[in-house]
Design a protein around this ligand. Sequence first.
Ligand code: SDX
Length: 433
Amino acid sequence: MSDSAKLIIDGKEHLFPIVKGTQGERAIDITGLREQAGLITLDTSLGNTGSCLSRITYIDGEKGILLYRGYPIEELAEKSTFVETAYLLIHGELPAKDELSVFSNRLNESSLIHEDMRHFFVAFPKYAHPMGILATMVASLSTFYPVPDIMDPDAEEQFMANLISQVRTVAAFSYKKSIGEPTVYPSFKLRYVENFLNMMFSSPVKDYRQDPDIVRAVELFLILHADHEQNCSASTVRLVGSSLSNIYSVISAGISALWGPRHGGANQEVIHMLEHILATGADPKGFINRAKNKTSKERLMGFGHRVYKSFDPRAKILKQACHKLLNKPGVSNPLFDIALKIEELALKDEYFVERNLYPNVDFYSGLILKAVGIPYDMFTVLFAIGRVPGWLAQWREMVHTASFKIVRPRQVYIGQSKRHYEPIDKRISRKQG
Ligand code: SDX
């Protein structure tokens, strides 16, 4: 196999090294391209461009493989917890008992938000989308917990704990605000997921009974969403972080990128799609045909992926979890039946087959959250809670790389050539009528 790539431009040869990853993927390192050849590359959605060397998460899109720090997602989903997986992603190794205990206690110690931040919730409109609240509140954490030196290791451990723990608290508080109930504080007595469910669903007049199946389903959801290499929101975190902006603004930027329906917002769209089919009695086949029709704005939400050109392994795990959670005795779930039907039809339809469009993590995840009782507009918030450790791991890897620089892509300009200012009375209006 070649260890370099040759480019011939205007009759001149330019050689560039080929970088090889530990799992065999290869990349042409064009770091010196502009200096050597006076050109840049153009790859508008960066689908063919590696932005970094990373040790955190490995995806094989063709084989449907996902590894967090080398551990298969299937094993972590079955055997790990979200807090342990968060430690693994950030620190690179599974924690020993004492390490996990220190990490877990720090999360507990950091679970409260400053009491003055509660006033923010009064100002938000009742119908405020919780992702808007989350992005705002996380950015505001920088004013309550300023970080003088973002490169100080002790400060790093603390602000990471703040973010992993307080994102969960803010999410639960925003839900209580939306239903007009008093907020429920986090408790040292409860583990991460139970704490979240208790803050969400208990109240001064009734305790929340923790159902082990529900707790496990949420734990699984968070583990599966914890990282996914250089996805849109992780790349946003790296880009904003490269200016050395404060970590809370960096994570808030990640939350904002995740909100989009092409990214983390898809899980909420999938449920709306399934509910629409159920409510109207529409034939799933008809819906799939509309999703294939270029003139219709509709897409088959929860299907397709920039990297996976086979089944997203997370979708497989979530589908099994749906069978377990939704097929409890006496529990029927027509939405799950519709989802299974859509998957069956799409995977046999040549439009989807020839474009390698398979269910992604969002296709079944909403069904799990609905079964847990999470309101639809909180679905992407749960995705964000899960993804915070991954964003922090990506940010930490970048800033701990000796040569890291501010990320500043180039462009190819296709606008007007140089021209001169005209007085307004010499200008002709381009608006007709
Ligand atoms: C996540 O990057 C990550 O890792 C993200 C994520 C993570 O963990 O961080 O995995 C989480 O964001 C999962 C994706 C959730 N989004 C959706 O489910 C929304 C629906 N999916 C699509 O919008 C789309 O598949 C994307 C955005 C996910 C991927 O888009 P790409 O890679 O830019 O692919 P594309 O738009 O170029 O599509 C290629 C073709 C096009 O048709 P042609 O122009 O070739 O004829 O496939 C078609 C698209 O029209 N297509 C779809 C489709 N997805 C792609 N057609 C119908 N329904 C769809 N869902």
